[in-house]
Write a protein that binds this ligand. Structure first.
Ligand code: PBG
Length: 330
């Protein structure tokens, strides 16, 4: 049937009919809000390249998480730590009193209903800024598995609800699963950063987390942006090793990957709307070039339409606040 019998504009005629046939809606339950935590008290360092985001000390982070839950109903956060001291292997992150474990315990004591996703990686904790242990000038896969597993167990013991390895070592999901199970955390899910690309979009994050590599780049472990089939292999191996959810990161330039993963595997897919994607919106908005809240809604909606079940985004809080202000369901 074609025109004039078919007129697709009939279903766009009014807000009511558009609301009725809308296929995708972003809900606060889909969103995870990331935070950066550092040692000290009463510290709130604005992150210049990520307007509206801060490095927070634990006391202020707890207040902020309370505010998030109270005002938006978002009850899921992702934590990144900036340690007082770094070392060669990331061992510092495996200690009971490391910065993220401390933050988790403080948040759980005050806001127990919040679900905490703990990023597992060494790059914030190593002097050289790489995601693992360096042997002969490159990140050594198998020795890094030990620190990742130890860090995961420490995070789980501190109360982390979900373990999210972002390092891209081969075999890390299996190593972490085994360590979690051996320590009584067989019910703690793993959200694997499965298809994580070596991306320029992480630039602002590396300022925020103070985790830029001091030599070389991450292309011997993170994926080549040119590859799609390889992303499916990464997802497949992570699922075989026991991942409960898989992630595609970054999100906007990789919607085809989100879509392929979602249509190939029957598992929850997470999209990480990364720092550079966030900061581009902020920069354009600061120049008055775009309608910021409209763009944010369009970005999050299109990620969900592409196949993402869950979205990690620095826009989470402002998005829900803006929708609530407009009287929209969210
Ligand atoms: C740690 C990690 C990174 C991000 C999340 N976890 C940085 C990186 O791989 O360099 C990036 C997040 C963002 O850009 O928002 N490995």
């Amino acid at each position: 049937m074609s025109f004039p019998i078919t007129r697709l504009r009939r279903l766009r005629k009014s807000a009511t009919i558009r609301n009725m046939v809308r296929e995708t809606e972003v809900n606060r339950d889909d969103l995870i809000m990331p935070y950066f935590v550092l040692p000290g008290e009463n510290i709130c360092n604005p992150i210049k390249s990520m307007p509206g985001n801060f490095q927070l000390s634990i006391d202020l982070l707890v207040k902020e998480v309370k505010d998030l839950v109270d005002r938006t109903g978002i009850d899921k956060i992702l934590l990144f730590g900036i340690p007082a001291e770094k070392d060669e292997t990331g061992e510092v992150a495996c200690q009971h009193d490391a910065i993220v474990p401390q933050a988790i315990r403080a948040i759980k004591a005050e806001v127990p209903q919040v679900m905490i996703v703990a990023d597992v990686c060494n790059c914030e904790y190593t002097t050289h800024g790489h995601c693992g242990t360096i042997v002969d000038g490159d990140v050594d896969n198998d020795s890094t598995l030990a620190t990742l597993a130890a860090q995961s167990v420490t995070l789980a013991k501190s109360g982390a609800d979900i373990i999210a390895p972002s390092d891209m070592m081969d075999g890390r999901v299996a190593a972490i699963r085994e360590a979690l199970d051996a320590n009584g955390f067989s019910n703690t899910p793993i959200m694997a950063y499965s298809a994580k690309y070596a991306s320029g979009f992480y630039g602002p994050f590396r300022d925020a987390a103070e985790s830029a590599p001091q030599f070389g780049d991450r292309s011997t472990y993170q994926m080549d942006p040119a590859n799609g089939d390889e992303a499916l292999r990464e997802v497949e191996t992570d699922l075989e090793e026991g991942a409960d959810m898989v992630m595609v990161k970054p999100a906007l330039s990789y919607m085809d990957i989100i879509n392929r993963v979602k249509s190939t595997y029957n598992v929850p897919v997470v999209a990480y709307n990364v720092s550079g994607e966030f900061s581009m919106v902020k920069a354009a908005a600061a120049n008055g070039w775009i309608d910021e809240q409209r763009l944010i809604k369009e970005i999050l909606t299109s990620l969900k339409r592409a196949g993402a079940d869950v979205i990690i985004t620095y826009h989470a809080k402002e998005f829900v606040l803006s929708e609530l202000e407009k009287g929209n369901r969210v």
